[in-house]
Design a protein around this ligand. Sequence first.
Ligand code: SF4
Ligand code: SF4
Length: 429
Amino acid sequence: MHQFRSEQLLKCIHCGLCLQSCPTYLEEGSEADSPRGRIYLMRAVSEGRIHWEAGAIEHIDRCLGCRACETACPSGVAYGLLLEVARAQVEGSPARPALQRMAKRLLLSLMVRPKTFAFAMRTARLFSLLVGDRAMPMSLARALGAKAAVARLPLLSGKRKTLAGVYPSLGERRGRVGMLVGCVASVLFHDVNVATIAVLQRNGFEVVVPPKQGCCGALHVHNGFPDEARRLALRLMQCFEREAVDAVIVNSAGCGSTMKEYGRLFECTPHEGRARAFAARVRDVMEFLAEVHLQPPERALTGRDGCSHLVVTYHDACHLAHAQGIRKQPRDIIRSIPGVQLVELEEADICCGSAGIYNLLQPEMATRLLQRKVEHICATGAEVVLTGNPGCLAWLAQGLRELPKPIAVMHPVELLHRGYQNTTEPRNG
Ligand code: SF4
Ligand code: SF4
């Protein structure tokens, strides 16, 4: 279990074409923190020339898992797969201090339990109101890159009803889809889920949100715990398999890419065929809306201070652009909203530093990448930055909140929802 495939490692021809697209190489300028350097390390471990030890693990830990190197690679190296194996080996190795492994496991199990996570984040908010942001719970929220998102969380859980249920299509019915609400996203980005349901309804789809979905396993698989990821994935598949849906819609890039790769996660297990069938039905919300030819909003949006158009920019979430190859669809959809002017962002597909729990584990590099991203966003002159992943939404909001001229952070589906002038929560059937 957790072994490298030598044919994958040998695909790397050491050309170095991936180096300039690697955020850690751009920041550090060091071969060891480049994709090529990391592949060298993996190969050395695989061939038994070295073992995982602190000096090698450090470079694997510093990798964001953004997979920009996969996009750049002319040789088809599946770097994401190699990294998953490396991380699983590292977590199983004696070189990883047991306390660190336990703390990571504990944090992940907190995040994948929406009720417990919501309780922790509400406590953080309460503490910040009572004793300020320096209190310990808010420090955790800040380290997770979720300070801005937590600040908007209602203090009472009763104010927010669960979204589980069936939502009828509006107008001519075009199909029936399931929707993932996510674990962290269901707590911090309830509004994105509400907007996703409303936009799908508006485009003629009945939307089913199965209860007790839990987590898709992305956080675990990306952090070296594939067994736990499989357990979570099995529960999620079971939830959706009970429903007759044409597609499973996901508005989180990290979750969507993991769910599309369930076949790989369950490879050589009795669930492989089932996982592949499930994965084939998974669609990112932007990908799906483009496929079904979205009905654009009719009324134009306007900008701040009476401006006749709204200037926005778009940050490519890594697991949307690099892992799923979805770049054009969100841009086309954003441009189709009347009154919206899309200004391209420099280094749009370079990671913002969020990367799941990377901003907590590697705060220094994550903050450098956030500052780099914030500078590029400011240079566009946009009022709104759009991105399709909850981790990026939270991290960017945290980076942009202190600016003298505010820049809002939204999921593209929220802008669409606003464009439809549909401000009420979708009806539960
Ligand atoms: S996944 Fe991202 S950070 Fe890691 S090596 Fe590839 S480009 Fe660099
Ligand atoms: S671009 Fe691909 S083949 Fe070239 S060094 Fe990077 S990973 Fe290896």
